[in-house]
Design a protein around this ligand. Structure first.
Ligand code: ATP
Length: 238
């Protein structure tokens, strides 16, 4: 495994709250890595710190061999990392196409921009059909696809997804997990925070389970699926 992203002793604090207390992990090129754990375990804080949305209180983050600790958030999409935050924040009063256009700022080359449009519209034909509609008129699942499509417009090498299946109907949850596998086949590396443990263990290569801001368990998804260790962390707390 060639690490694409490496986190060493990463810490995040909110005033007195130590949300992330020194986590070490790697996301290898071409992998799907899942971050699991109960509410408040520090998963979102970890992802947000990787992309500069919350300050890193300690430790280091390296991406493609470069130190990106404390890099300004707006420099990371051009560098090849994008995060789809929790809660599918699309711009409801802009059209679907205008939402997608906002994702393309990191690319200048016209041919690459045209290729990005083709790719996103072929992954999500529904977004092409609805390209002129206000994003706010889309269903929850379509809005999640739009949020992911917007992140894909800047051709990330590493796509980070925070709870992409949360609150979606079971059929749409299936589509979100299938999409992750499709993207991986297309060469995108994925880091995903998920509450759907069973499905995550099916699609991920490796898994980190967080508890109390630390990594409680890690391993290949196949190992963890049979060992019951993931369930122990959830049931046993920290
Ligand atoms: P969830 O699934 O609930 O989002 P999580 O594992 O992603 O959980 P985080 O959201 O990273 O966990 O939260 C970790 C800890 O940090 C929790 O104790 C949470 O209350 C606290 N926290 C998160 N964001 C803030 C904030 N902006 N200000 C203060 N405390 C925060």
């Amino acid at each position: 495994m060639t690490p694409l992203l490496t986190s060493s002793s990463l810490q995040v604090r909110y005033g007195p709250v130590e949300a992330v207390r020194g986590v070490d992990f790697e996301i290898g090129e071409g992998e799907i890595v899942a971050f699991l754990g109960a509410n408040g375990a520090g998963k979102s804080s970890t992802l947000n710190a990787l992309v500069g949305l919350v300050p890193v209180a300690g430790g280091k983050v390296a991406f493609a061999g470069k130190d990106i600790t404390d890099a300004p958030a707006e420099t990371l999409a051009p560098a090849g990392i994008t995060l789809v935050p929790e809660g599918r924040r699309v711009f409801g009063t802009l059209s679907v196409a205008d939402n997608l256009k906002m994702g393309v700022y990191a690319i200048r080359d016209k041919e690459r921009i045209a290729a990005a449009w083709d790719r996103v519209y072929s992954l999500f034909p529904i977004l092409f059909e609805r390209r002129e509609q206000f994003a706010g008129t889309l269903s929850g699942g379509q809005q999640q696809m739009l949020a992911i499509g917007r992140a894909l417009m800047c051709e990330p090498r590493l796509l980070l997804l925070d709870e992409p299946s949360l609150g979606l109907a079971p059929k749409i949850v299936d589509q979100v997990f299938e999409l992750m596998e499709t993207l991986r086949r297309q060469g995108v590396t994925l880091g995903v925070v998920e509450q759907n443990v069973a499905r995550s263990l099916e699609i991920a290569d490796r898994v980190y389970v967080l508890a109390g801001g630390r990594i409680a368990t890690q391993g290949s998804a196949a190992e963890l699926a049979t060992s019951g260790q993931v369930q122990n962390v959830y049931l046993g707390g920290e």
